[in-house]
Design a protein around this ligand. Structure first.
Ligand SMILES: C[S@@+](CC[C@H](N)C(=O)[O-])C[C@H]1O[C@@H](n2cnc3c(N)ncnc32)[C@H](O)[C@@H]1O
Length: 478
Protein backbone atom coordinates (compact mmCIF):
# COMPACT_ATOMS: atom_id res chain seq x y z
CA UNK A 1 0.00 0.00 0.00
CA UNK A 2 1.40 3.40 -0.88
CA UNK A 3 0.75 6.54 1.09
CA UNK A 4 -0.49 9.24 -1.24
CA UNK A 5 1.73 12.35 -1.12
CA UNK A 6 -0.15 15.49 -0.22
CA UNK A 7 0.41 18.47 -2.49
CA UNK A 8 1.85 20.83 0.10
CA UNK A 9 2.46 20.81 3.85
CA UNK A 10 -0.26 22.50 5.87
CA UNK A 11 0.52 25.86 7.35
CA UNK A 12 0.30 24.56 10.91
CA UNK A 13 3.20 22.19 10.31
CA UNK A 14 5.28 24.94 8.69
CA UNK A 15 4.53 27.30 11.57
CA UNK A 16 5.58 24.68 14.13
CA UNK A 17 8.83 24.06 12.30
CA UNK A 18 9.58 27.79 12.18
CA UNK A 19 8.79 28.16 15.86
CA UNK A 20 11.14 25.30 16.72
CA UNK A 21 13.94 26.87 14.71
CA UNK A 22 13.34 30.32 16.17
CA UNK A 23 13.51 28.77 19.64
CA UNK A 24 16.79 27.00 18.73
CA UNK A 25 15.17 23.55 19.13
CA UNK A 26 17.13 21.93 16.33
CA UNK A 27 16.84 18.46 17.84
CA UNK A 28 13.04 18.65 17.59
CA UNK A 29 12.96 20.41 14.22
CA UNK A 30 15.12 17.88 12.33
CA UNK A 31 12.84 14.78 12.72
CA UNK A 32 9.75 16.84 11.92
CA UNK A 33 11.44 18.24 8.82
CA UNK A 34 12.53 14.75 7.73
CA UNK A 35 8.95 13.53 8.05
CA UNK A 36 7.68 16.51 6.04
CA UNK A 37 10.30 15.92 3.33
CA UNK A 38 9.13 12.29 3.05
CA UNK A 39 5.44 13.19 2.94
CA UNK A 40 5.32 16.22 0.69
CA UNK A 41 6.68 17.06 -2.74
CA UNK A 42 9.48 19.67 -2.95
CA UNK A 43 8.23 23.23 -2.47
CA UNK A 44 9.47 26.74 -1.64
CA UNK A 45 8.54 26.67 2.05
CA UNK A 46 10.10 23.30 2.72
CA UNK A 47 13.28 24.23 0.84
CA UNK A 48 13.55 27.43 2.87
CA UNK A 49 13.09 25.52 6.14
CA UNK A 50 15.43 22.70 5.11
CA UNK A 51 18.14 25.26 4.30
CA UNK A 52 17.68 26.87 7.71
CA UNK A 53 18.03 23.50 9.45
CA UNK A 54 21.13 22.66 7.39
CA UNK A 55 22.68 26.02 8.27
CA UNK A 56 22.06 25.44 11.96
CA UNK A 57 23.72 22.03 11.52
CA UNK A 58 26.79 23.75 10.05
CA UNK A 59 26.20 22.44 6.51
CA UNK A 60 26.10 25.62 4.36
CA UNK A 61 27.13 23.93 1.08
CA UNK A 62 24.19 21.52 1.37
CA UNK A 63 21.85 24.41 2.22
CA UNK A 64 23.03 26.17 -0.98
CA UNK A 65 22.41 23.02 -3.03
CA UNK A 66 18.84 22.68 -1.68
CA UNK A 67 18.18 26.31 -2.59
CA UNK A 68 19.81 26.01 -6.05
CA UNK A 69 17.27 23.32 -6.88
CA UNK A 70 14.39 25.29 -5.38
CA UNK A 71 15.30 28.47 -7.30
CA UNK A 72 15.54 26.46 -10.53
CA UNK A 73 11.96 25.31 -9.87
CA UNK A 74 10.63 28.72 -8.77
CA UNK A 75 12.88 31.55 -9.99
CA UNK A 76 10.34 34.20 -9.00
CA UNK A 77 10.25 33.30 -5.29
CA UNK A 78 11.91 36.20 -3.48
CA UNK A 79 12.19 34.30 -0.19
CA UNK A 80 14.34 31.65 -1.86
CA UNK A 81 16.83 34.21 -3.22
CA UNK A 82 17.09 35.74 0.24
CA UNK A 83 17.51 32.33 1.84
CA UNK A 84 20.29 31.49 -0.62
CA UNK A 85 21.97 34.85 0.11
CA UNK A 86 22.05 33.81 3.77
CA UNK A 87 23.37 30.34 2.91
CA UNK A 88 26.02 31.65 0.51
CA UNK A 89 27.23 34.14 3.06
CA UNK A 90 27.49 31.33 5.62
CA UNK A 91 29.48 29.39 3.02
CA UNK A 92 31.91 32.34 2.82
CA UNK A 93 30.88 33.65 -0.61
CA UNK A 94 29.79 37.20 0.22
CA UNK A 95 29.87 38.35 -3.41
CA UNK A 96 27.49 35.60 -4.56
CA UNK A 97 25.31 36.34 -1.52
CA UNK A 98 25.11 40.00 -2.58
CA UNK A 99 24.13 38.95 -6.12
CA UNK A 100 21.25 36.90 -4.69
CA UNK A 101 20.13 39.76 -2.48
CA UNK A 102 20.26 42.11 -5.50
CA UNK A 103 18.09 39.67 -7.47
CA UNK A 104 15.59 39.72 -4.60
CA UNK A 105 15.55 43.54 -4.69
CA UNK A 106 14.85 43.44 -8.45
CA UNK A 107 12.00 40.97 -7.90
CA UNK A 108 10.52 42.88 -4.94
CA UNK A 109 11.73 46.50 -5.00
CA UNK A 110 9.47 47.55 -2.17
CA UNK A 111 10.53 44.78 0.23
CA UNK A 112 12.69 46.27 3.02
CA UNK A 113 14.23 42.92 4.03
CA UNK A 114 15.78 42.45 0.58
CA UNK A 115 17.19 45.99 0.60
CA UNK A 116 18.49 45.61 4.13
CA UNK A 117 20.24 42.37 3.28
CA UNK A 118 21.75 43.82 0.11
CA UNK A 119 22.90 46.90 2.02
CA UNK A 120 24.56 44.87 4.77
CA UNK A 121 26.34 42.66 2.22
CA UNK A 122 27.52 45.65 0.16
CA UNK A 123 28.87 47.18 3.34
CA UNK A 124 30.77 43.97 4.10
CA UNK A 125 32.19 43.96 0.59
CA UNK A 126 33.61 47.45 1.16
CA UNK A 127 30.96 49.34 -0.86
CA UNK A 128 30.06 51.37 2.20
CA UNK A 129 28.24 54.27 0.51
CA UNK A 130 26.05 51.93 -1.60
CA UNK A 131 25.37 49.80 1.48
CA UNK A 132 24.42 52.87 3.47
CA UNK A 133 21.99 54.02 0.76
CA UNK A 134 20.25 50.62 0.58
CA UNK A 135 20.00 50.38 4.35
CA UNK A 136 18.65 53.92 4.65
CA UNK A 137 15.86 52.93 2.22
CA UNK A 138 15.15 49.76 4.18
CA UNK A 139 14.91 51.71 7.46
CA UNK A 140 12.66 54.33 5.88
CA UNK A 141 10.39 51.64 4.42
CA UNK A 142 10.24 49.43 7.49
CA UNK A 143 9.74 52.22 9.99
CA UNK A 144 10.68 50.54 13.21
CA UNK A 145 12.87 47.53 12.27
CA UNK A 146 15.62 47.78 14.87
CA UNK A 147 18.06 45.34 13.28
CA UNK A 148 18.11 47.40 10.05
CA UNK A 149 19.09 50.43 12.10
CA UNK A 150 22.00 48.50 13.61
CA UNK A 151 23.18 47.66 10.09
CA UNK A 152 22.64 51.22 8.87
CA UNK A 153 24.71 52.56 11.75
CA UNK A 154 27.50 50.09 10.88
CA UNK A 155 27.50 51.35 7.28
CA UNK A 156 27.46 54.99 8.40
CA UNK A 157 30.40 54.34 10.71
CA UNK A 158 32.23 52.53 7.89
CA UNK A 159 31.73 55.68 5.78
CA UNK A 160 33.43 57.62 8.58
CA UNK A 161 30.22 59.30 9.67
CA UNK A 162 30.14 58.37 13.36
CA UNK A 163 27.78 61.24 14.19
CA UNK A 164 25.15 59.85 11.80
CA UNK A 165 25.69 56.34 13.19
CA UNK A 166 25.24 57.64 16.72
CA UNK A 167 22.03 59.46 15.74
CA UNK A 168 20.64 56.36 13.98
CA UNK A 169 21.24 54.25 17.08
CA UNK A 170 19.86 56.86 19.48
CA UNK A 171 16.73 57.14 17.33
CA UNK A 172 16.45 53.34 17.27
CA UNK A 173 16.81 53.10 21.07
CA UNK A 174 14.10 55.72 21.52
CA UNK A 175 11.75 53.67 19.27
CA UNK A 176 12.71 50.20 20.54
CA UNK A 177 14.21 50.59 24.02
CA UNK A 178 14.16 46.83 24.69
CA UNK A 179 16.32 45.94 21.65
CA UNK A 180 19.66 44.87 23.11
CA UNK A 181 21.41 44.89 19.70
CA UNK A 182 20.85 48.65 19.40
CA UNK A 183 22.21 49.20 22.92
CA UNK A 184 25.30 47.09 22.24
CA UNK A 185 25.99 48.77 18.90
CA UNK A 186 25.73 52.23 20.49
CA UNK A 187 28.17 51.29 23.28
CA UNK A 188 30.64 49.72 20.84
CA UNK A 189 30.48 52.81 18.62
CA UNK A 190 31.47 55.03 21.55
CA UNK A 191 34.30 52.67 22.52
CA UNK A 192 35.66 52.59 18.97
CA UNK A 193 35.77 56.37 19.03
CA UNK A 194 37.79 56.20 22.27
CA UNK A 195 34.87 57.66 24.27
CA UNK A 196 34.95 55.16 27.14
CA UNK A 197 33.13 57.49 29.53
CA UNK A 198 30.27 57.84 26.99
CA UNK A 199 30.23 54.06 26.54
CA UNK A 200 29.91 53.61 30.29
CA UNK A 201 26.95 56.03 30.42
CA UNK A 202 25.13 54.10 27.67
CA UNK A 203 25.88 50.73 29.30
CA UNK A 204 24.61 51.96 32.67
CA UNK A 205 21.44 53.26 30.97
CA UNK A 206 20.88 49.80 29.46
CA UNK A 207 21.34 48.25 32.93
CA UNK A 208 18.91 50.75 34.48
CA UNK A 209 16.33 49.98 31.77
CA UNK A 210 16.73 46.24 32.40
CA UNK A 211 18.02 45.62 28.86
CA UNK A 212 21.58 44.60 29.67
CA UNK A 213 22.77 41.13 28.69
CA UNK A 214 26.20 39.57 29.29
CA UNK A 215 27.62 41.46 26.34
CA UNK A 216 26.51 44.85 27.71
CA UNK A 217 28.05 44.02 31.12
CA UNK A 218 31.24 42.79 29.38
CA UNK A 219 31.48 46.07 27.45
CA UNK A 220 30.82 48.03 30.64
CA UNK A 221 33.76 46.21 32.23
CA UNK A 222 35.97 46.88 29.22
CA UNK A 223 35.07 50.58 29.20
CA UNK A 224 35.90 50.87 32.90
CA UNK A 225 39.18 48.97 32.47
CA UNK A 226 40.06 51.36 29.67
CA UNK A 227 39.38 54.23 32.08
CA UNK A 228 41.74 52.60 34.58
CA UNK A 229 38.91 51.71 37.02
CA UNK A 230 39.73 48.04 37.36
CA UNK A 231 37.83 47.23 40.55
CA UNK A 232 34.57 48.57 39.07
CA UNK A 233 35.37 46.73 35.83
CA UNK A 234 35.56 43.57 37.92
CA UNK A 235 32.02 44.15 39.23
CA UNK A 236 30.73 44.39 35.65
CA UNK A 237 32.59 41.23 34.56
CA UNK A 238 31.14 39.39 37.57
CA UNK A 239 27.60 40.32 36.37
CA UNK A 240 28.48 39.25 32.83
CA UNK A 241 29.70 35.89 34.12
CA UNK A 242 26.47 35.28 36.00
CA UNK A 243 24.51 35.79 32.77
CA UNK A 244 26.82 33.84 30.44
CA UNK A 245 29.25 31.67 32.41
CA UNK A 246 30.43 29.80 29.30
CA UNK A 247 30.95 32.77 26.99
CA UNK A 248 34.67 32.72 26.01
CA UNK A 249 34.94 36.53 25.78
CA UNK A 250 33.41 37.09 29.20
CA UNK A 251 35.39 34.21 30.74
CA UNK A 252 38.74 35.55 29.54
CA UNK A 253 38.04 39.10 30.66
CA UNK A 254 36.75 37.82 34.01
CA UNK A 255 40.08 36.00 34.40
CA UNK A 256 41.80 39.27 33.44
CA UNK A 257 39.88 40.96 36.24
CA UNK A 258 40.97 38.26 38.70
CA UNK A 259 37.43 36.84 38.97
CA UNK A 260 38.09 33.48 37.34
CA UNK A 261 41.08 31.17 37.12
CA UNK A 262 43.62 32.07 34.44
CA UNK A 263 43.72 29.32 31.81
CA UNK A 264 47.34 30.13 30.91
CA UNK A 265 46.48 31.42 27.46
CA UNK A 266 43.59 33.11 25.66
CA UNK A 267 41.16 30.54 24.29
CA UNK A 268 40.83 30.25 20.49
CA UNK A 269 37.17 31.32 20.76
CA UNK A 270 38.13 34.51 22.61
CA UNK A 271 40.83 35.39 20.06
CA UNK A 272 38.42 34.78 17.16
CA UNK A 273 35.65 36.92 18.71
CA UNK A 274 38.01 39.80 19.44
CA UNK A 275 39.85 39.91 16.12
CA UNK A 276 36.98 39.02 13.80
CA UNK A 277 35.12 41.87 15.48
CA UNK A 278 37.56 44.49 14.37
CA UNK A 279 39.54 43.04 11.48
CA UNK A 280 38.40 45.73 9.05
CA UNK A 281 39.44 48.54 11.43
CA UNK A 282 42.54 46.86 12.80
CA UNK A 283 45.18 48.69 10.76
CA UNK A 284 43.72 52.16 11.36
CA UNK A 285 43.30 51.38 15.05
CA UNK A 286 46.87 50.19 15.50
CA UNK A 287 48.26 53.15 13.59
CA UNK A 288 46.27 55.39 15.94
CA UNK A 289 47.81 53.54 18.91
CA UNK A 290 51.30 54.06 17.51
CA UNK A 291 51.91 50.31 16.99
CA UNK A 292 55.60 49.99 16.17
CA UNK A 293 56.49 46.32 15.94
CA UNK A 294 56.39 45.82 12.13
CA UNK A 295 58.86 48.67 11.65
CA UNK A 296 61.03 47.43 14.51
CA UNK A 297 61.17 43.90 13.07
CA UNK A 298 61.98 45.31 9.64
CA UNK A 299 64.88 47.31 11.13
CA UNK A 300 66.16 44.25 13.01
CA UNK A 301 66.07 42.16 9.83
CA UNK A 302 67.83 44.89 7.85
CA UNK A 303 70.54 45.09 10.52
CA UNK A 304 71.10 41.32 10.43
CA UNK A 305 71.07 41.13 6.64
CA UNK A 306 74.84 40.59 6.28
CA UNK A 307 74.32 37.33 8.24
CA UNK A 308 72.00 35.95 5.62
CA UNK A 309 73.32 37.50 2.41
CA UNK A 310 70.72 37.55 -0.33
CA UNK A 311 67.78 37.14 1.99
CA UNK A 312 66.20 34.62 4.24
CA UNK A 313 63.16 32.46 3.56
CA UNK A 314 60.66 30.92 3.73
CA UNK A 315 59.25 32.99 6.60
CA UNK A 316 56.55 31.73 8.96
CA UNK A 317 54.45 34.58 10.43
CA UNK A 318 52.62 33.42 13.59
CA UNK A 319 49.44 35.40 14.37
CA UNK A 320 49.93 37.25 11.07
CA UNK A 321 46.70 39.25 11.49
CA UNK A 322 46.07 41.58 8.56
CA UNK A 323 49.65 41.16 7.34
CA UNK A 324 51.30 44.33 8.65
CA UNK A 325 54.55 42.48 9.34
CA UNK A 326 54.85 41.04 5.85
CA UNK A 327 54.05 44.41 4.30
CA UNK A 328 56.76 46.08 6.39
CA UNK A 329 59.48 43.44 6.19
CA UNK A 330 58.97 41.23 3.12
CA UNK A 331 61.62 43.08 1.12
CA UNK A 332 64.21 42.23 3.79
CA UNK A 333 63.67 38.51 3.16
CA UNK A 334 63.69 36.15 0.23
CA UNK A 335 60.25 34.83 1.13
CA UNK A 336 57.84 33.25 0.53
CA UNK A 337 55.77 34.35 3.56
CA UNK A 338 53.41 31.90 5.20
CA UNK A 339 50.82 33.32 7.58
CA UNK A 340 48.93 31.57 10.39
CA UNK A 341 46.05 33.10 12.31
CA UNK A 342 42.90 31.99 14.12
CA UNK A 343 40.71 34.82 12.89
CA UNK A 344 39.10 34.39 9.45
CA UNK A 345 38.38 38.13 9.41
CA UNK A 346 42.05 39.04 9.91
CA UNK A 347 43.12 36.42 7.34
CA UNK A 348 40.69 37.87 4.77
CA UNK A 349 42.36 41.28 5.20
CA UNK A 350 45.82 39.68 4.91
CA UNK A 351 44.76 37.88 1.71
CA UNK A 352 43.81 41.23 0.12
CA UNK A 353 47.43 42.38 0.50
CA UNK A 354 48.70 39.62 -1.79
CA UNK A 355 51.99 39.26 0.13
CA UNK A 356 51.50 35.76 1.53
CA UNK A 357 52.11 32.62 -0.50
CA UNK A 358 50.00 30.67 2.02
CA UNK A 359 47.53 31.66 4.73
CA UNK A 360 46.35 29.11 7.28
CA UNK A 361 43.38 29.46 9.62
CA UNK A 362 44.79 27.65 12.64
CA UNK A 363 45.84 27.97 16.24
CA UNK A 364 49.56 28.76 16.44
CA UNK A 365 50.43 25.92 18.82
CA UNK A 366 48.45 23.46 16.75
CA UNK A 367 49.97 24.60 13.47
CA UNK A 368 53.48 24.25 14.88
CA UNK A 369 52.65 20.72 16.04
CA UNK A 370 51.05 19.64 12.77
CA UNK A 371 53.06 21.28 9.97
CA UNK A 372 56.21 19.33 9.19
CA UNK A 373 58.28 21.98 7.37
CA UNK A 374 61.39 23.64 8.79
CA UNK A 375 61.84 27.44 8.60
CA UNK A 376 65.01 29.56 8.76
CA UNK A 377 62.93 32.50 10.07
CA UNK A 378 59.79 32.55 12.21
CA UNK A 379 58.25 35.86 13.31
CA UNK A 380 55.40 36.85 15.63
CA UNK A 381 54.35 40.49 16.02
CA UNK A 382 52.17 41.16 19.05
CA UNK A 383 50.75 37.62 19.05
CA UNK A 384 52.49 36.26 22.18
CA UNK A 385 50.45 38.56 24.46
CA UNK A 386 47.65 36.01 23.91
CA UNK A 387 49.73 33.28 25.59
CA UNK A 388 50.69 33.12 29.26
CA UNK A 389 53.04 30.20 29.71
CA UNK A 390 55.45 30.36 26.75
CA UNK A 391 56.93 26.88 27.25
CA UNK A 392 54.56 25.00 24.87
CA UNK A 393 54.77 27.68 22.18
CA UNK A 394 58.57 27.91 22.23
CA UNK A 395 58.84 24.11 22.17
CA UNK A 396 56.64 24.17 19.05
CA UNK A 397 58.76 26.90 17.45
CA UNK A 398 61.99 24.99 18.20
CA UNK A 399 60.57 21.94 16.42
CA UNK A 400 59.95 24.00 13.24
CA UNK A 401 63.16 26.10 13.23
CA UNK A 402 65.86 24.92 10.83
CA UNK A 403 69.34 24.59 12.43
CA UNK A 404 70.68 28.13 12.85
CA UNK A 405 67.15 29.48 12.27
CA UNK A 406 65.75 32.45 14.17
CA UNK A 407 62.53 33.35 15.93
CA UNK A 408 61.87 37.09 16.20
CA UNK A 409 58.93 38.20 18.32
CA UNK A 410 57.55 40.93 20.51
CA UNK A 411 56.09 40.64 23.99
CA UNK A 412 54.71 43.06 26.53
CA UNK A 413 57.24 43.30 29.33
CA UNK A 414 56.29 42.53 32.92
CA UNK A 415 58.56 44.48 35.24
CA UNK A 416 60.10 42.39 38.03
CA UNK A 417 58.59 44.65 40.70
CA UNK A 418 55.08 44.29 39.31
CA UNK A 419 55.54 40.56 38.71
CA UNK A 420 55.93 39.82 42.43
CA UNK A 421 57.40 36.42 41.62
CA UNK A 422 54.95 35.58 38.83
CA UNK A 423 56.42 34.58 35.43
CA UNK A 424 53.61 36.24 33.49
CA UNK A 425 50.52 38.26 34.23
CA UNK A 426 47.14 38.52 32.50
CA UNK A 427 46.45 42.26 32.27
CA UNK A 428 43.10 43.97 32.73
CA UNK A 429 42.58 44.32 28.98
CA UNK A 430 43.02 40.59 28.36
CA UNK A 431 46.65 40.42 27.22
CA UNK A 432 49.55 38.69 28.94
CA UNK A 433 52.82 40.39 29.87
CA UNK A 434 55.97 38.34 30.49
CA UNK A 435 59.08 38.70 32.59
CA UNK A 436 62.53 38.48 31.00
CA UNK A 437 63.23 35.52 33.26
CA UNK A 438 60.23 33.57 31.94
CA UNK A 439 61.23 34.15 28.32
CA UNK A 440 64.79 33.01 29.04
CA UNK A 441 63.63 29.91 30.96
CA UNK A 442 61.12 28.86 28.31
CA UNK A 443 63.68 29.44 25.53
CA UNK A 444 66.33 27.41 27.31
CA UNK A 445 63.90 24.57 28.00
CA UNK A 446 63.08 24.49 24.27
CA UNK A 447 66.76 24.39 23.25
CA UNK A 448 66.80 27.99 21.97
CA UNK A 449 69.36 30.70 22.76
CA UNK A 450 68.61 34.39 23.25
CA UNK A 451 70.74 36.16 20.62
CA UNK A 452 69.18 39.63 20.86
CA UNK A 453 66.84 41.38 23.24
CA UNK A 454 65.86 45.01 23.12
CA UNK A 455 63.33 47.04 25.05
CA UNK A 456 60.79 48.71 22.77
CA UNK A 457 57.55 50.59 23.26
CA UNK A 458 54.93 48.35 21.64
CA UNK A 459 52.16 50.94 21.36
CA UNK A 460 50.21 53.45 23.44
CA UNK A 461 47.37 52.40 25.73
CA UNK A 462 45.12 54.82 27.62
CA UNK A 463 47.64 57.48 26.62
CA UNK A 464 50.61 55.63 28.16
CA UNK A 465 53.42 53.74 26.42
CA UNK A 466 53.21 49.95 26.72
CA UNK A 467 56.73 48.68 27.49
CA UNK A 468 57.77 45.69 25.45
CA UNK A 469 60.65 43.55 24.29
CA UNK A 470 61.79 42.53 20.84
CA UNK A 471 63.51 39.19 21.26
CA UNK A 472 65.46 37.05 18.79
CA UNK A 473 65.99 33.40 19.66
CA UNK A 474 68.14 31.04 17.65
CA UNK A 475 68.20 27.33 17.30
CA UNK A 476 71.87 26.56 17.43
CA UNK A 477 73.22 24.68 14.42
CA UNK A 478 73.47 20.95 15.13
C1 LIG B 1 47.57 42.15 17.77
S1 LIG B 1 47.34 41.15 16.39
C2 LIG B 1 48.90 41.31 15.55
C3 LIG B 1 48.80 40.97 14.08
C4 LIG B 1 50.10 41.08 13.30
N1 LIG B 1 51.09 40.12 13.71
C5 LIG B 1 50.66 42.48 13.38
O1 LIG B 1 51.79 42.63 13.86
O2 LIG B 1 49.98 43.40 12.93
C6 LIG B 1 47.45 39.52 17.08
C7 LIG B 1 47.03 38.44 16.09
O3 LIG B 1 47.37 37.18 16.66
C8 LIG B 1 46.30 36.28 16.39
N2 LIG B 1 46.33 35.23 17.41
C9 LIG B 1 46.28 35.38 18.76
N3 LIG B 1 46.34 34.18 19.36
C10 LIG B 1 46.42 33.26 18.37
C11 LIG B 1 46.50 31.85 18.35
N4 LIG B 1 46.50 31.14 19.47
N5 LIG B 1 46.60 31.22 17.15
C12 LIG B 1 46.57 31.93 15.99
N6 LIG B 1 46.49 33.27 15.94
C13 LIG B 1 46.42 33.93 17.12
C14 LIG B 1 45.05 37.13 16.43
O4 LIG B 1 43.97 36.54 15.73
C15 LIG B 1 45.54 38.43 15.80
O5 LIG B 1 45.33 38.45 14.42
Amino acid sequence: MSIARKLAPDSELLTRLRQMLDAGRLGAARPLLNAALRLYPPGDDLADLESRVLLREGRPAEACAVLDAAIARAPGAVALWLARAVAREAAGDTLAAARDAAEAVVLAPSQPRAKAMLGALLNQLGHHEDGRACLAEAVAAAGGEASYRVQLAAAQAACGDNAAADATLADGIARAPAHVGLRTAAIVLRMRGGDFAGAEVLALAACADGVADACVFGLLGHARSSLGRHAEAGDAYAEARKLAPDDPYVRHLAAAGGLAPDAGRASPDYVRVVFDGYANRFDAHLIALGYRIPGVIRAALAASRPDHGGGIGPVLDLGCGTGLLAVAAADQTRGPWIGVDLSPGMLAEAAKRGVYAELHEADIERFLAEDSRMFPLIVAGDALPYFGDLHPLLRGVAARLAPGGRFMFSVEQLATAEAAGRPWLLGHLGRYAHTDAHIEAAAEAAGLAVVARRTETVRMEIGLPVPGLLVTLARLAA
